[in-house]
Design a protein around this ligand. Structure first.
Ligand code: SAH
Ligand code: SF4
Ligand code: F3S
Length: 443
């Protein structure tokens, strides 16, 4: 009998990594492996890793320690490290972590079955070659463990912005755009399967640019995906402030099903620090882009990423970040302490000179301010009615459903007859800093 080997995939890091795990799953299924969601019954464990901050890598190291026991009980168990950490550390990882059998970088996933063959013959296997072309355009990602309502679609890979703190250009390689027709086909398929929301993914979606046959930029791609069906919501991430065009903002405004939420990482509110970070915009030009968003898309939510304690960041720089946050009145933010990454421009050129204590204190101030801003933003929504796409049952109560409005805010409301995938008009009655709470009306 043909016993299929069971593969368990664990994913760390950004949405792109989660999307990659679906590609990995698909490659493996097509080569006679099957997926399991029980790590204990796996023949193969793939860990799709992230290198963006030191703590992301530490979590993977901790996981590998846990797996030691499982490998002792089952010497046939194979363990693969995939993704950005594999790319960053390459075969050095074999020396550091003895239980690893496979190391595969982000552009090597087509070769996983070959690597498995090597491993089955008792050797270790590695492929960390980066590619200038690979987009996995023809691979139909397998959807696992998701809500069957909302899906990711990778539209490009790599990044060559070289923000001075960031490891991604080294782990993901050159920026390349995926054939738009394959993106539209994927969105169409997902809609037919019952999905009602797609998120287009890239490190800097604004620089999406397909140059073969006909030219397609990001605004045009977004429009094509929005036209797949008015009942299919479209989101996208991440936008780089230096490239977000008026054309794009006008496209977002034009289509009801393009969500009114823009993630626009600022990183710092100080032009001096932005320059050291090589972000290629100033505090003022960032402010101008937010003003453009507010002008073209009234009611658009804006979220951000912030790094605190970057090399040489003064108390005044920090205050400028706080004041910009207040001015922008962000609806949501991801906030991080600067973590030096070997091989980046900042690691080579600048000193990581802000004491951890100071980074911690500044981060605390940033987080506290954001909580206040998120709460204020949610309070303004009380009394408003939003079209909410139901994703599933609320974590806190099985009598309530949870979904998101166009602005990407989570809303919960009593279940009644509704189910995941339904659009429900929800009137907001109360809120916390993270959630809108309401009831369904006139559906
Ligand atoms: N391409 C996206 C983000 C990719 S990484 C963009 O440009 O916005 C996600 C976030 O991690 C970044 O926005 C940044 O805020 C944070 N980050 C990246 N490198 C970091 C580092 N070395 N230390 C701390 N945070 C970092
Ligand atoms: Fe990193 Fe900058 Fe590229 Fe984002 S745009 S992935 S922060 S280098
Ligand atoms: Fe991490 Fe790589 Fe994404 S470093 S943030 S998994 S691109």
């Amino acid at each position: 009998m043909n016993h299929k080997k069971k593969l368990y995939i664990e994913t760390y890091g950004c949405q792109m990594n989660f999307s990659d795990s679906e590609i990995i799953g698909s490659v493996m299924i097509n080569n006679n492996y099957e997926l399991t969601n029980k790590i204990s019954e796996a023949d193969i464990i793939f860990i799709n890793t992230c290198s963006v901050r030191d703590n992301a890598e530490q979590r993977v190291r901790k996981k590998l320690k846990e797996l030691n026991a499982q490998k002792k009980n089952n010497p046939h168990l194979k363990i693969g490290i995939l993704g950005c950490m594999a790319e960053r550390l390459k075969s050095k990882l074999f020396e550091e972590e003895k239980i690893i059998d496979i190391i595969a970088g982000p552009d090597a996933y087509r070769y996983l079955p070959d690597l498995m063959t090597t491993v089955e013959s008792g050797q270790k296997a590695v492929n960390v070659l980066l590619s200038a072309e690979e987009t996995y355009a023809d691979i139909n990602p397998v959807k696992f463990g998701d809500n069957k309502v909302s899906a990711f679609i990778s539209i490009m890979r790599g990044c060559q912005n070289f923000c001075s703190y960031c490891v991604v250009p080294y782990t993901r390689g050159k920026e390349r755009s995926r054939n738009p027709q394959t993106i539209i086909n994927e969105a169409n398929d997902l809609f037919k399967q019952g999905y009602r929301e797609v998120t287009l993914l890239g490190q800097n979606v604004n620089s999406y640019n397909w140059k073969e046959e006909d030219n397609v930029n990001f605004a045009q791609l977004l429009e094509k995906v929005a036209l797949v069906n008015p009942q299919l919501r479209v989101r996208f991430a991440t936008s780089h402030p230096k490239d977000i065009s008026d054309e794009l903002l006008q496209t977002i405004a034009k289509y009801e099903n393009i969500c009114k939420a823009i993630h626009l990482p600022v990183q710092s509110g100080s032009t001096r620090v932005l320059e050291l970070m090589n972000r290629k915009y100033t505090r003022q030009s960032y402010i101008n882009r937010i003003e453009a968003i507010r002008k073209f898309i009234p009611g658009c939510a804006i979220s951000t990423d912030i790094i605190t304690g970057f090399c040489g960041e003064t108390e005044d720089d920090h205050k400028q970040t706080l004041s910009l946050m207040k001015w922008a009145a962000y609806d949501f933010a991801f906030m991080f302490k600067y973590s030096e990454r070997k091989g980046t421009i900042a690691a080579d050129k600048f000193k990581d000179d802000i004491p951890d204590e100071t980074k911690g204190r500044r981060l605390k101030e940033i987080i506290e301010l954001q909580q206040k801003l998120s709460k204020e933003s949610n309070l303004k929504d009380i009394g408003k009615t939003f079209r909410v796409l139901v994703e599933g049952v609320s974590k806190k109560s099985d009598q309530k459903l949870s979904g998101r409005n166009s602005q990407n805010k989570v809303a919960v409301f009593p279940k009644k007859e509704f189910k995941p995938g339904d659009y429900v008009n929800v009137k907001i009655i109360e809120c916390t800093s993270a959630t809108l709470i309401g009831e369904a009306i006139n559906n």
